[in-house]
Design a protein around this ligand. Sequence first.
Ligand code: ATP
Ligand code: MG
Length: 167
Amino acid sequence: MSGLDAFAGEREVASPADMEALGRRIGAALGAGDLVVLTGPLGAGKTTLTRGIGAGLGIRGPVQSPTFVLARTHPSLVGGPALVHVDAYRLGSPAELDDLDIDLAHAAVIVEWGRGMVDGLVDRWWEIEIERGWSGTGLDTACGTAGPHAAEMEDAAPRTVRITPRP
Ligand SMILES: Nc1ncnc2c1ncn2[C@@H]1O[C@H](COP(=O)(O)OP(=O)(O)OP(=O)(O)O)[C@@H](O)[C@H]1O
Ligand SMILES: [Mg+2]
């Protein structure tokens, strides 16, 4: 067992605070050479989770949604590995990810939207997938329950987090 193997499986995460707490535990388990591919729709909680991971690793923040920067390196404040936070959304191929020359061996790496981009780059990695669940109110946003309240309820809905060792 190493890295995130102990976290493999699916869990419900009820709140942003719980998401951050899960991230802290994950961050504390990550070491140099570990790579995580993180996917989930807009507003799923990717940045919230990554913030927790950063806190667990003891890196210098702030962790942000990687909008303008392809890869941001957060150095460790505790003598551990840096966190490299990659946005693979606008990368066209694994070769472009390779071109970023990330120090994979010495950093803990989170690749947002990196599915299908890391095969061949590393021997093993973990996929973390966040799904936005139902609000539990019985309201179905597909059936015209628009408006600020419906949006709020959906925003606060529990997330499903699935962690899978790869390949
Ligand atoms: N159970 C939950 N887990 C995580 N975040 C939640 C949860 N419930 C509500 N939220 C809220 O969802 C919002 C979106 O979170 P976050 O910014 O981390 O998502 P994201 O996946 O990074 O979005 P983007 O794709 O826009 O970068 C935040 O306001 C967060 O507080
Ligand atoms: Mg984000």
